[in-house]
Design a protein. Structure first.
Ligand SMILES: Cc1ncc(COP(=O)(O)O)c(C=O)c1O
Ligand SMILES: Cc1ncc(COP(=O)(O)O)c(C=O)c1O
Lengths: 143, 407, 407, 143
C-alpha cells in the first residue's frame, strides 16, 4: 500500500500542528483560495520587504491533511527567502507534483509530499496553498 | 437479515478488484450500479432496433417507439401513476425540478408568493428556486432540521402561510432521513399549496406510490435506480401538466408550426422536445422490471437492516460521529472521524478497495447547519452484504491508525 | 466512387432482415446507426467503471471523470473548438438551441430586437424563438428559400438591420442543402449580430471547423453521428458562455450554495446541472474517434457521390419530383411521386426491407413553402452502398405499379 | 407480401375517386380532424334529418390512400342510414381495425380495409375519418 508514502509522519505532524498559522494584520496582502470540488480552503497573507524578501507569511484554512500540511510546509519553505528563490521553489514543487518540468532547488521537507503524485485527484489538494501564493505574488510584484 | 446477495451476480462491475482488493461499492446514493438485464437491454436496442421514435413508418422506428412508450408505462406502474402520459422523461432529477420551476412556477407564481423548502435539500432542489427568485420576487422559506436530522414540523402551519409550492426531498441523501411526505402534502394542500417531492433517493430504495402520497409533482433519476445515466422522470398530474406552458421547444412537442407561431402537442410529447433519450428510457424500463423482480419491499427491508447494522458497527469506532439519527431512515450514512478529514478517509478507503463519497454531497446549507465542511458517506444498496460492513469498519480503523490515533 | 463498405461490418444492426429482406437503412437524417466501437464503449462503462463524476475521490469515480472529460476534449478537437471547456454536453440539438434561447437571448435581447432565421429551419430552430417571443416582443425574420432549395441571400444586408442573432441550419434535413454559413456569419458580424449554427445534419456528414466558420454558437446531436441517444452538444465561445446566466440549477453547476443564494461554477460545469449523461458523453467520444478514423473528408466525398448517384437514378422514375437541387448538398433526398402519397411509399418500401421517412420532417413551414403536406425522404450515410439505390428505385417502381401507374 | 391485401383495388379506386367529396353549405355541422404525427387531414360535414337519418355527408381531406379511401368508403357506408345503424357501423369498423370487440353488421366494401390491421402504425390513418364522424355525431345528438 502506498498510503504510508502519502501520509508520511511529517505530513501528519504539520496537519496537526500547522506552522505560521493565523492572521497578519488586515492591511497585508491576502488571498483566499478554495477547491470547489471538495471545499478545502486557504487564506494566505504575506509581507514582502523592500529587498523583495518574504518577511512574513501566515495562513488559515480548513481541509484535508494534504492541503493543510502542504500549506504549512510551504510557509516554512519560503519564509525568509528572496522572491526569485521563492519562484524557483514554487516551480520545483509544481514539478514534483505534476512530474513535468524540472526541480531546480532543494525541496527539503517538501519532498515528503512526493507521494501525492500517485493520487491524481489529491494533487489539487496539495497545490491549493501554492496557487494562493502564486497569485498573491503576482499581485504584489505588479503593484 | 433478508438475504439478497444472490442478485450480486447480475452486476458485472462488482466482480472486480480495486488496488488489489475486491471492490466494495458504497457510493450508491451518488449512483447505483447496473445489472446485466439493463446493460443488455441498452445493448440490444443499439444492435437490433435503434431508430428515431414517433414519426417513423418503418419497422425499426415502430419497434423503437413501442419500446419507448412501453418504458413509460412501466415507470408509471412502478410509482403507481394513474396515467402513463403523466410520466415525462427528462435527463435527471435536476432537470425535472427545473422543468417545474421554468414552466409551472414561472406561470403561476407571482411576486410575494412563497415557496417552502427544507434545510436538508440537495442543491438540485435549491438552486432552481434561487434562479427563479432572480426573476420574480418570491420568498423562500425553510422547514428547519433538528439535531437528530429530522424535519421540525412543529410550526408547519405557520410556515405554510402564503406558500404556493412546497418542495421537499422524500429521503435525504446526507442524513438518510425518510420524510413524512404524506403529512406534509396534506398540510400543504390544506393551505392551498402544490407539492413537489424530490424522490431521487426514495424511488430506488422503497416502494413509492404517488397517489398515496397525493403530491402534485414527483421527480427522480434513472441512474440511481439501476437505470442508465442520462434519463430522469418528472411525474405530475395530467391536469397540471396540461395547464403548464411547454419547456423546451422543438421537434415532437408541437402540433403545428408556422413561421411565426406554434401549437403544442398534448402530454407527454409537449414536454419532450427533440429526439428523446430513447435507449436510456428503454433501459430505465428494464431497471424497473428488474427492481420489481427483486421487490421494492425486500429492498427497503434489506436496507433498513443493513443500515441499522452499519450504524451499530460504525458507532463502535471511537471518535466517529454519525449525522442523522432519524427513526425512519434509509442506508445513506454520513459520518466524520475526529482528526481524520473526510477526504483523507475516502483516499485511505479507496486504497483498500472501498468506494465511499466525501464532500458536501451537494447539500452545503445542511453542512453549515451541522457546522461541518464535509462528511464521509457510505451508502448501501440491496446488493451490499453485511461482510462489507466489517471490512469498512476495519478500513476506518486503519485510517485512524495511519493518522496516529489508537483504535 | 470512394468505397467505405468495409465499415458496414462494424454495424450489427445493418446485418438483419426486415420482412424477409435485407435491411436497407435510409433514415440516417433522423438518426444514425451505432458501430460496435460505440456500443462497446457504453457497455464497458457500465460493466467496469460506472460512477458519478467530479466529486468522487475513489477509483471508479476518478476513471469515469477522466473518461467524461476526455470525451469533451475529443468533441472539442473534432469541431476544432479552441478550448474544451467551451463544449457543453446537452441532451440533443434541441436542448442546445433552447439553452441559448433561455439564457443568452433572455439576457441580451430586448423588445424590438430581431432574430433572423430561414424558411428551411427545423422546428428545433423555430419553436424556441416562438417561446421566447411569447415573453419578449422580439421580431422574427426569415431568409427566403429559392425554388431550388437554396437560401436567397440577395437581401441579406437589409434583413440584418436591427438583428441581434442569426440562427441558421448548416445543412437542411429536408433539402440536403449545405448553406454558406461562413458568408452569413461574416455579414451577420458586420451587422453586429451573433450567429448560432444548427449543425445537427452537418457534423455527422462533413468536416466542421467552428473557428473557420467564425460563428458564436454551434449545436448538434450525438445520435445522428453514430453516438448514443441522449447526448448533444452546445459549443460557444468561452467569453460568451461566461457572460450567460446559468440554465438549469442544481448539483455540479454551483460554486457555493447558501439557503438563499448560490454562486455559479465556471464553464463548462455551470451549464451541466445534476448528474450528466455520463455513459452517453463517453459514447459520443468513441463515435468521434470512429468517425475520425473513417475520415470526415471521406464521408463527405462518399455522400456527395452516393447522393448524386441516387438523385440521378431517382429522376429516372416518371412522376418523381425531388425537392432541393442545391449545388452544394449532402445526401438527404426528399421527393414525392405523383399519385402515391409519401406515407404509402414508406409503408410499401418497409414491406421490402427499406427504411425511409415520410412526413413533414419537423419542417412544416418549408413544406408549406413547397406546397406539400409531406415528402418521402431517403437519407444516406457512409455505410450505404450504391446497390442499395438500385433496390430503392425498384421498390419505388413497385409502389407505382401497386397504385396502378405504369413505370 | 401483404401489400396487395393492404392496397386492394377498391381502396385505390376510392383514393383516386373519392365519393361524397366536397363541402356542404357552411351552416352544416363540421368537424376537422388531423393526425399530428403525419399531417393527414379530414374535414367532415353531415346532415341528420328529423328521423335521425344521415341525409347527406361530405368530406374533404389530404393524406395517404388509407386515410382518404377509408373516409370515402365511410361516407358511402353511412349515407342514408339511421343513426343507430351508423353507430353499429362505427363500432364494427373499429373492431375490424383493432381486433377488439364485435362486428355486428355487414361491413361490405369496408372489409377491404381489413388488411390495415396488420400495419399498426397505419390504423390511425384508417380511423381518421371515423374519429371525425364519431365526434360530429356526439355533438349533433347532444344538441
Ligand atoms: C437540421 C436539424 N436541426 C435540429 C434537429 C433536432 O435534433 P434533435 O432531435 O437531436 O434535437 C434535427 C434532427 O432532426 C435536424 O435535422
Ligand atoms: C436528494 C437528491 N435530490 C436530487 C439529486 C440530483 O439528482 P441528479 O444528479 O440525478 O439530477 C440527488 C442526487 O445526488 C439527490 O440525492
Amino acid at each position: 500500500m502506498s498510503l504510508d508514502a502519502l501520509y508520511q509522519e511529517i505530513i501528519l505532524e504539520h496537519y496537526k500542528n500547522p506552522r505560521n498559522f493565523g492572521k497578519l494584520d488586515e492591511s497585508r496582502a491576502k488571498a483566499h483560495y478554495e477547491n470547489p470540488s471538495c471545499g478545502d480552503q486557504i487564506d494566505l497573507q504575506i509581507v514582502l520587504n523592500d529587498d523583495m524578501v518574504v518577511e512574513d507569511i501566515r495562513f488559515q484554512g480548513r481541509g484535508c491533511a494534504i492541503s493543510q500540511a502542504s500549506a504549512s510546509l510551504m510557509t516554512e519553505a519560503v519564509k525568509g527567502k528572496p522572491l526569485d528563490e521563492v519562484q524557483k521553489i514554487i516551480e520545483s514543487f509544481t514539478s514534483l507534483m505534476t512530474g513535468e518540468g524540472e526541480i531546480t532547488v532543494e525541496l527539503g521537507d517538501l519532498e515528503a509530499l512526493e507521494g501525492v503524485k500517485k493520487f491524481p485527484v489529491r494533487v489539487k489538494c496539495a497545490m491549493l496553498g501554492w496557487t494562493a501564493l502564486k497569485s498573491l505574488l503576482e499581485r504584489e510584484t505588479k503593484s | 437479515m433478508i438475504d439478497l446477495s444472490r442478485y450480486r451476480k447480475d452486476f458485472p462491475i462488482l466482480n472486480q478488484t480495486v488496488k488489489g482488493r475486491p471492490l466494495i461499492y458504497l457510493d450508491n446514493a451518488a449512483t447505483a450500479q447496473k445489472p446485466l438485464q439493463v446493460i443488455g437491454t441498452v445493448d440490444q436496442y443499439y444492435r437490433e432496433y435503434n431508430s428515431n421514435v414517433h414519426r417513423g413508418l418503418h419497422t425499426l422506428s415502430e419497434r423503437a417507439t413501442r419500446a419507448y412508450e412501453k418504458a413509460r408505462e412501466k415507470v408509471a406502474r412502478f410509482i403507481h401513476a394513474p396515467r402513463s402520459e403523466e410520466v415525462i422523461f427528462t435527463r435527471n432529477t435536476t432537470e425535472s425540478i427545473n422543468l417545474v420551476a421554468y414552466t409551472w412556477a414561472r406561470k403561476f407564481l407571482k411576486a410575494g408568493d412563497a415557496i417552502l423548502l427544507t434545510e436538508m435539500e440537495h442543491h438540485s432542489n435549491l438552486v432552481p428556486w434561487h434562479l427563479l427568485r432572480e426573476e420574480k420576487s418570491i420568498e423562500l422559506r425553510f422547514i428547519p432540521v433538528t439535531p437528530r436530522g429530522e424535519l421540525d414540523l412543529q410550526h408547519l402551519k405557520q410556515l405554510l402561510d402564503g406558500v404556493r409550492l412546497v418542495s421537499v426531498t422524500h429521503m435525504s441523501n446526507v442524513l438518510g432521513t425518510i420524510n413524512p411526505v404524506e403529512v406534509i402534502t396534506e398540510e400543504a394542500h390544506a393551505a392551498g399549496a402544490k407539492v413537489l417531492i424530490d424522490g431521487a433517493q426514495a424511488v430506488p430504495h422503497m416502494p413509492v406510490n404517488v397517489q398515496d402520497i397525493d403530491c402534485d409533482f414527483y421527480a427522480f433519476s434513472g441512474h440511481k435506480m439501476c437505470g442508465p445515466t442520462g434519463v430522469g422522470v418528472l411525474w405530475a398530474r395530467a391536469e397540471i401538466l396540461r395547464d403548464m406552458p411547454p419547456f423546451l421547444g422543438g421537434g415532437e412537442m408541437i402540433h403545428e408550426v408556422h413561421l411565426n407561431h406554434s401549437d403544442y402537442a398534448d402530454i407527454p410529447n409537449k414536454f419532450e422536445a427533440g429526439t428523446p433519450n430513447i435507449a436510456q428510457a428503454i433501459g430505465l424500463g428494464a431497471a424497473v422490471d428488474y427492481l420489481s423482480r427483486v421487490g421494492m419491499e425486500n429492498i427497503l427491508q434489506h436496507e433498513q437492516e443493513i443500515g441499522a447494522l452499519a450504524i451499530e458497527k460504525l458507532k463502535s469506532i471511537k471518535g466517529l460521529r454519525i449525522f442523522g439519527e432519524s427513526e425512519k431512515r434509509g442506508a445513506a450514512i454520513s459520518f466524520e472521524i475526529e482528526g481524520v478529514h473526510p477526504h483523507d478517509i475516502a483516499t485511505i478507503l479507496d486504497e483498500q478497495g472501498i468506494a465511499i463519497r466525501a464532500g458536501h454531497h451537494c447539500a452545503q446549507p445542511l453542512m453549515r447547519k451541522f457546522n461541518v465542511q464535509s462528511t464521509a458517506r457510505a451508502s448501501f444498496y440491496f446488493y451490499n452484504v453485511p461482510e462489507e460492513i466489517d471490512i469498512l469498519v476495519d478500513a476506518l480503523k486503519t485510517a485512524k491508525r495511519l493518522f496516529g490515533y489508537v483504535t
